[in-house]
Design a protein around this ligand. Structure first.
Ligand code: ATP
Ligand code: MG
Length: 830
């Protein structure tokens, strides 16, 4: 083993101080220092060192001093490679020169004056290079990866099995549950210090059996016993006059500040927020929302990466959580149905607003819809709440705020259902049921397990606790009868009968919900839903889960739904001007306030974006008209008419693609030999060769609206070039494919490497269902340093719901790669 400056000997073997890892023996040390990570950090340290050696620290600037001004000024000493301003802009800047001599001459100058400002220029402080490795967060949020889920679902043998797999992929893992339990214990310990005898009780999806990764943590802080403690200690202190309560505990200062019985919820919650902020380790972003229907303190736990809500007046929610737990225990079909329907609704943007509020259905309301549907099957899968009440024993009687919340505590008290429909049938029936349900005339009542007419007579007086009050009774006086807020959708709470749990739903969401149910119902009648594809294509839930594509300005797909005027979600990528990333001549033009810079810069960005999409990622130009007729069926719902099999449609799309290649549009000149279904060769698409068509002419993408400050392209992508890139890159490096050497994407070699990765990923025959067509618009906006190119994306054809994944990938890939290409200069972009 060669001696290495970063390797220290330890009692247990060796330690690499650069990578911060222990190594057991000499062979592992050798392997480690030659390995990717060590080599990468080694190079990074060297680069940083050079950067550090070539930089100066500049103070005396003003908040409105710009990067360009600094580049301009310091260029007199030599080329500037980067200017970093401090976060709040204004206190200092680091100016990095390309050469050491330039730095030295800037330091040698005794006085610096820039636009009337006296600048102080000093050598940059030397800092040890230290790798900051982000620790994996315990219970880190694991969002469901759609690609992995889809692959997993395709492999299942039936829709029933697919539904069970959805539960497996989404439910809280044991470690997530343990993390949540620990947080409850921690909060209990801390709050007990300040609110003696209090109880912190979880409710909602953490414990109602429908929790998903990263769902919030709903907590109820029960202060009833603390109030008793407070009044007792007050009277005993008054008697004894020694500041000690009768059980020897001194009243904490927080409690001496407030009378819990008389204080408003807002006042109590402020105290709760203070305790959270000051005393609970790992808690951050504490916020009190006192104007909500239920005042709440929100927080985030950093290490568990968890959002939490604490309420103090929410006993009904504790009880309805128990009710959901009971329902899950009564029939094992409920969980897979709820998980599947929640997932579907989230994909279709009907439910699951993570921040609550807004017009979307919340998960609780959606669960009520599933329960109600199961109650109305023949024979029913679940009993009505009224029937359940009859099955409860005396000890289980429970009245909260005047509402009867009685039901059996254990499933054993309830006879099993005689219904034996399978999950696949029930899911299809759910969509059929709600696509037809007349929400304007009927109210969903889980209490009665039947639709009630939407009339004021529906309002019932809360059932008061009989005298004497049962064990679980809440002492608060019954509320006067209030009418539920009947709106576009009325779903009555099972207990608080004056409460419409879908009171926030607006007309548009109601319509979307029923339309999506109708589309899903149609799809569920097709063979693609019911039968596993023998050719490995998407089937069953995979196609049902195709997301509803968000729309962008000008997307005809949205206006065809009559929603053009609604606020549209934009799929945009912004590429700001970064002077330091420009090639020298262009930077000089910018610095000199040169005429025509804007146009020149945009034309370069446009060329770079074209190159990234077409040459690096293998997207092919196409004609937009060929996809127009598909927008409604594929983009908005992800489902297709069964009378028009998807293979036919995809083939016709592929034909359109081919015909566009052979048409006389500018796009056609590039790859005329390509036929639908054939492998596409990218062999001539290296970064240097890639800008020319085989005829040696620059290949233009189909562009409808092109001018000096805007452009528009219509493209198709037939492969999932975003999936498995990292692995493909690794495999390529391992096999030394094409002399591949490791490059970061920030260098020219990195772009060439990405081209080869795409070749690898597109070498296989594509699945016709994976065909994506989309439009990209580009526009330059702003002036001077605020200049930016805005790209916006409109999906035109997306039968498998892949576009969002592709877009997410593009969000980071396009900015990184275009920047490298821009840095190469105009010659290479021509
Ligand atoms: P998730 O957090 O995964 O969205 P959840 O069931 O926890 O699901 P929340 O919105 O966090 O939903 O609400 C927490 C709990 O508060 C619910 O489980 C339910 O007990 C109660 N709750 C929520 N919304 C309502 C409502 N509209 N009416 C009555 N109770 C509600
Ligand atoms: Mg919740």
């Amino acid at each position: 083993m060669d001696a290495h400056p970063d390797i220290n000997t330890t009692p247990r073997g060796f330690r690499c101080t650069l990578c911060d890892v222990n190594l057991p023996n000499a062979p592992t040390v050798d392997a480690h220092v030659k390995g990717r990570k060590h080599q990468h950090l080694f190079r990074l340290r060297a680069t940083r060192k050079t950067q550090e050696q070539n930089s100066v620290f500049v103070s005396g600037i003003k908040p409105d001093t710009s990067q360009m001004q600094l580049i301009d000024y310091f260029q007199q000493f030599g080329p500037v490679s980067e200017v970093i301003m401090d976060k709040d802009k204004g206190a200092y800047a680091i100016v990095q020169f390309e050469e050491h001599a330039a730095k030295q001459s800037s330091l040698d100058q005794l006085e610096h004056e820039m636009g009337g400002l006296k600048l102080r220029v000093k050598p940059r402080e030397k800092k040890d290079f230290k790798v900051v490795i982000k620790k994996k967060q315990e219970g880190k949020n694991t969002h469901v990866n759609m690609d992995i889920l889809n692959r997993d679902l395709c492999q299942a043998s039936s829709v029933n099995e697919q539904m069970l797999r959805v539960v497996e992929s989404c439910e809280l893992s044991e470690s997530e549950r343990n993390g949540r339990e620990l947080l409850v214990k921690l909060l209990q310990e801390v709050f007990t210090e300040f609110f003696p005898d209090c109880e912190i009780l979880p409710f909602g999806s953490t414990i109602n059996t429908f929790g998903v990764h990263s769902c919030d943590m709903d907590l109820f802080l029960d202060l009833e016993k603390t109030k008793i403690f407070q009044s007792r200690s007050k009277s005993s202190m008054e008697q004894a006059g020694d500041g000690q309560s009768e059980d020897g505990r001194s009243e904490d200062s927080i409690l001496s500040d407030i009378d819990l019985t008389a204080a408003s919820p807002a006042e109590v919650l402020e105290l709760v927020a203070t305790v959270l902020r000051k005393c609970v380790p790992g808690v951050q972003k504490v916020q009190t929302l006192t104007t909500a229907r239920l005042p709440v303190v929100k927080f985030h736990h950093r290490d568990l990466n968890l959002h939490g809500d604490i309420t103090i007046n929410n006993r009904l929610a504790l009880r309805n959580t128990r009710f959901l737990q009971l329902c899950s225990g009564l029939d094992s079909r409920l969980r897979p149905l709820v998980y599947t329907i929640r997932f579907w609704a989230k994909q279709k943007q009907l439910a699951g607003n993570p921040f609550g509020g807004g017009p979307l259905l919340n998960n609780y309301a959606l669960t009520m819809l599933v329960i109600f549907f199961l109650q109305t099957r023949d024979p029913p899968v679940l009993h009505s709440v009224n029937q359940l009440k009859e099955m409860a024993c005396e000890e289980e009687e429970c009245v909260i705020e005047g509402w009867d919340c009685t039901f059996p505590s254990q499933p054993i008290a309830v006879p099993p259902s005689k219904n034996n429909e399978d999950l696949c049938t029930l899911l299809a029936a759910f969509f059929a049921f709600y696509s037809q349900f007349d929400f304007s005339a009927s109210v969903v009542s889980v209490r009665e397990a039947r639709p009630l007419p939407a009339t004021p007579s529906l309002t019932q007086t809360p059932q008061h606790s009989p005298a004497p009050a049962p064990q679980n009774s809440d002492k608060t006086s019954p509320k006067p009868s209030t009418r539920p807020r009947t709106r576009h959708m009325t779903i009555l709470d099972p207990f608080e009968l004056s409460h419409n749990v879908a009171g926030n739903v607006n007309e548009r969401l109601h319509k979307s919900f029923q339309r999506e149910c109708g589309d899903a119902e149609k799809y569920c009648r097709s063979l693609q839903y019911q039968r596993k594809s023998t050719k490995g294509k998407s089937w069953g839930l995979v196609r049902l889960f195709a997301p509803r594509c968000p729309t962008v300005p000008g997307a005809s797909g949205s206006s065809s739904q009559g929603e053009g005027k609604e606020k549209q979600q934009r799929l945009e990528i912004r590429l700001p001007l970064r002077p330091e990333a420009l090639p020298g001549s262009l930077r000089c033009q910018l610095g000199a306030g040169g005429e025509g810079f804007r146009e020149r810069w945009f034309s370069l960005v446009r060329a770079a974006v074209e190159k990234v999409l077409q040459q690096v990622l293998g997207c092919r130009p196409a004609r937009e008209e060929d996809f127009e007729d598909q927008m409604d069926t594929s983009v908005s719902s992800g489902t297709m008419d069964t009378s028009n099999p998807e293979e036919q449609q995809c083939a016709s799309r592929a034909r359109a693609e081919t015909s566009s290649s052979s048409s006389d549009t500018p796009a056609a000149s590039g790859d005329g030999a390509h036929q639908a279904g054939q492998k596409r060769s990218l062999s001539s698409t290296g970064p240097d060769s890639g800008f020319s068509s085989p005829q040696g002419k620059r290949q233009r993408l189909s562009s409808g609206d092109e001018g000096p400050d805007s452009a528009c392209w219509c493209l198709v992508q037939r492969h999932r070039v975003w999936a498995g890139r990292r692995r493909a890159r690794r495999d390529m490096l391992k096999s030394g494919d094409g002399g591949a050497a490791e490059h970061s994407l920030s260098e020219e070699g990195g772009v060439a490497m990405e081209v080869r990765v795409t070749e690898l990923l597109t070498a296989q025959e594509p699945d016709p269902l994976d065909l994506l067509a989309f439009r990209v618009g580009a526009r330059v906006e702003g002036d001077g340093e605020n200049m930016a190119t805005l790209l916006w994306f409109t999906p035109l054809f997306d039968s498998s719901g892949l576009f969002q994944d592709f877009f997410h990938f593009l969000e980071s890939f396009i900015p990184k790669t275009t920047e490298v290409l821009l840095g190469l200069g105009e010659e290479k972009l021509k």
